[in-house]
Design a protein around this ligand. Sequence first.
Ligand code: HEM
Length: 499
Amino acid sequence: MVTEFLLFVLVFVFLHLAFKKPSRLPPGIWGLPILGKLPDTSTSLAEQVKKLRPIYGDIITWRMGSRVNVFLCNYEVIKRAMAKLELSGRPDFYTYSITGSGSTLGIVFSNGAPWQKNRRFALRQLRDLGMGKTCLEEVMHSEAGYLVQDYKKHTGKEQPLPLSLGVAILNVVWKMVADMRYEMDDPRGQEAVKLVICCRAPLQSPVFLFNLFPWLLKVAPPFLKEKLGYNKVQRWVERFLDKVSEVLKDHKDTLDPSHPRDLIDQYLIEMDHTKGEATDAPYTELDLRTIITDLLLAGTETTLYTVHWAILYLAKYPEVQARVQREIDQEVPKDSFLFYYERNKLPYLEAVIHEVHRIVSLVPLAVAHAASADIMLDGYLIPKGTVVVPHLEFCHKDSQFWDQPNEFNPDHFLNPDGSFNNRKEGFLPFGIGRRACVGENLAKVEIFVFLTALLQNFTFSPPQGETLKTEREPYVTILSTPKPYRVVIEERQSVKREE
Ligand code: HEM
């Protein structure tokens, strides 16, 4: 009897110690042994974490499955944390390794030496191929011209925004990466846009459970994998990677090292130069394929949905749209473009774009980071392996920084004299620190160019008798996308008169 009692006490003490929340972790939710507490899938994770902030403070622990997550809900804390090398890793999530065929290569999901090499490579390419110079911007101007011609075919009816916007945005990244473009009405271009956009649906399915319970992937029977969306993800990845591999093969067959055409050529040349070198971060074809995939996925949908949101807000607030158009009419000669360095001529448009970034918080929880070593943050322990998530949207809705956090109000970014107020505090649409968005400048120029061209030529209005809603798709884990909406596109009379 005594032995049994002692055994019981021992087991109890063991379980208590094994499953207890370590006291030095930030306060928060620990949940049940093994399960932790899973998020509610009927609403966005960002929203659920926001509700925990008044209870637990700026730094919140939430154990989900076997993952310990720490959410950062304060601008200053995020800035400090994201500057630390130890918090610049990515977790070993299942969904972070699928585009690298099981290994974390490329830029977005890689770690250590391969990440540093690839991030540097991509930034150099973006610079050399014209980000910051005008070359890639001229590509955007010509894409915007084609887009305007295409939109002229879609005027006067209630409809979703034509897919050609996605083709134009894909073309900019595609030009830089593979020196290729699609015609606006080319079904292959529209197919490619759908393929890029399609990736999020399977990734936002219950397949995320494999991220929270990594062991499940090894033991789950086939029917369970199918149910959780695993096969759908694999099918999408295969289709996507097949396309990328085709383009890669074509580049290898036609490479002329003395005349590199694009990012792929530059990588292939680098691969040849470094062949046989002993290094932690070799140039490999699989790595290149993952970089291409990263740039297409990270660079197309983000920019596309930002423009989508902007048009939705402008159609909903016609007085804001009219003011942007007046500004464009005054400063931009018909059928021509401003370069991004001339953007101070359009302060109101700049304010509108920034306000759209703020209110929609397109990537509300950034991309998850991971602690590569035990580290202290504001007196709390963040153990090695913890998933660390900067709550970017929280900053965008923090009344410490914004007069009307939940209203669409471009005045947030205007000085009293009407000039643009490039405020940085509390504004992090592209993240901050070592992992901040590689394509920030590219995206900014694209959004500026495409919106200027569209608003110079068209007015966007709600369908007759309808009030547009700016609600998001309810369950968001990666991007905050608008619910599908319809607008009427009308060619602008003032522009027409001059023709
Ligand atoms: C409106 C458009 C965009 C938004 C709002 C956006 C936002 C972000 C955010 C929040 C992150 C994560 C930062 C973090 O982990 O802390 C990120 C990462 C990244 N973005 Fe963007 N992005 C946009 C456009 C682009 C474009 C056009 C490209 C490239 C063509 C791009 C490439 C990347 C890459 C490669 C990373 C990973 C960086 C790394 O892990 O080191 N993004 N972006």
